[in-house]
Design a protein around this ligand. Structure first.
Ligand code: ADP
Length: 402
């Protein structure tokens, strides 16, 4: 069965077609600049090269999805005979709130629950919903599954997810830590257990997902027990353009000092801070920051050190929270590709049993990077959220069919 995996953002739709159960990616791509001038589609078949297509008109999510479906079924460049060969669609959904602790078949009730969650994720859920509405219209009858970024973290205990705010804020408005990147934390913690050759139920694992967005999770015996992103994806680590942890009085100070509106504070902390802010607005691309760090440039070195230091603090905190540590995993754009970052984070953590092997660490993608005598096994693992979405979708729709 071919599964279409969709990740709809506010101005883009990422897609993959994955044949299940073989887990073979037969096509993938992205439509960018939805709602803007000069939208384009990048597409590739299997292991081929990317092709880029442009069009002159402004498009919405429905037209963008139609463009994807036309491309996938095109006689010359397509990979599908017809749309009916798509057995199901798996949607990445950012916020499942407290309603979803696992992936689900998308029904009208589920759509309603997601609409109710918009207040919790105003930036992400509306875009995810556009993808769902578009599929419903263009592929009526094809089952859809929702896979939530928050679901894996629904196992956190209350003492980890509640903030010390008046309790009615949680009771009436569900203000709490939710955590995100759950699909990635779940995938890499399972891969790590496979690589170690032990059941995940016996392992204390810390997963460090560092890409443009970044979060750490404490995965104890297969369950997320804490994670650094909170009520929104702004909390925790230093990110490309997000500040992560700051004194909660600072947004109030910004409002008073510069007469900022709530939206301006939101933009300031989400879009202008993090690495971009520390680099004086020059870049948030960690490749450039890493190059600057290696060349000894002062601003890049400082930004890189602050970025690594925050990760190190969370590793210490989560080792304490779990009462020990067996496996440490680095993943996502920066985690999989930056040996200097991993080296800096793990430096002086030998007291926790973490010893990096310099040679082994000089790697991209999936590999063991700790020494043979390191008590904690340290890995770089390539994450694969699309594969998890395809697996969950396949499992749910084949179960439904039985
Ligand atoms: P997203 O959160 O958007 O999915 P990714 O996981 O793709 O992001 O990560 C993107 C980040 O990974 C960018 O900041 C990019 O610079 C960084 N990155 C990619 N390759 C490298 C590299 N070789 N060294 C350091 N950073 C890298």
């Amino acid at each position: 069965m071919d599964i279409l995996v969709l990740n709809s953002g506010s101005s883009s739709i990422k897609f993959q077609v994955i044949s299940m159960p073989e887990e073979k990616v037969i096509a993938k791509g992205i439509v960018e600049r939805i709602g803007l001038e000069e939208p384009f589609l990048k597409y590739k078949k299997g292991d081929g090269e990317y092709q880029k297509f442009t069009r002159p008109d402004k498009i919405d999510h429905k037209i963008a999805l139609q463009w994807v479906l036309d491309t996938l079924t095109d006689k010359e460049i397509g990979v599908l005979e017809s749309l009916s060969s798509i057995g199901a669609v798996g949607h990445r959904v950012v916020h499942g709130g407290e309603a979803f602790s696992g992936s689900v078949l998308i029904t009208d009730e589920v759509i309603k629950a997601l609409e109710d969650n918009i207040e919790l994720a105003p930036l992400h859920n509306p875009a995810n919903l556009m993808g769902i509405y578009a599929c419903k219209e263009l592929m009526p009858g094809t089952p859809m599954v929702g896979v939530f970024d928050t679901a894996f973290h629904q196992t956190m205990p209350k003492h980890a997810y509640l903030y010390a705010l008046p309790i009615e804020l949680y009771e009436k408005y569900r203000v709490r830590r939710y955590g995100f990147h759950g699909t990635s934390h779940r995938y890499v913690s399972q891969r790590a257990a496979e690589l170690v050759g032990k059941p995940i139920e016996e392992l204390k694992i810390i997963t460090v997902h560092v890409g443009n967005g970044a979060s750490v999770a404490a995965v104890k015996y297969g369950k997320s027990v804490d994670t650094s992103m909170g009520f929104t994806p702004l909390e925790g680590l230093v990110m490309g353009t997000r500040c992560g942890d700051i004194d909660p009085a600072l947004p109030i100070w910004l409002q008073r000092k510069f007469n900022m509106t709530p939206d301006e504070v939101d933009q300031y902390l989400n879009k202008k801070s993090g690495i971009l802010g520390l680099m004086g607005g020059k870049t948030y691309d960690m490749r450039e920051v890493e190059d600057g760090y290696l060349a000894g440039e002062p601003d890049a070195t400082l930004a890189f050190e602050i970025y690594a230091y925050r990760i190190k603090k969370y590793i210490g905190a989560y080792a304490a929270a779990m009462g020990g540590l067996d496996v440490l995993v680095f993943t996502a754009g920066v985690g999989e590709n930056s040996p200097p970052l991993r080296e800096l984070v793990c430096r002086d953590l030998e007291f926790l049993g973490i010893k990096i092997d310099k040679e082994r660490n000089n790697v991209r993608g999936t590999a063991l990077i700790s020494t043979d005598d390191s008590k904690v096994k340290v890995f770089s693992i390539a994450t694969n959220e699309e594969l998890v979405i395809a697996r969950d979708t396949y499992e749910i729709v084949t179960k439904e069919e039985k």
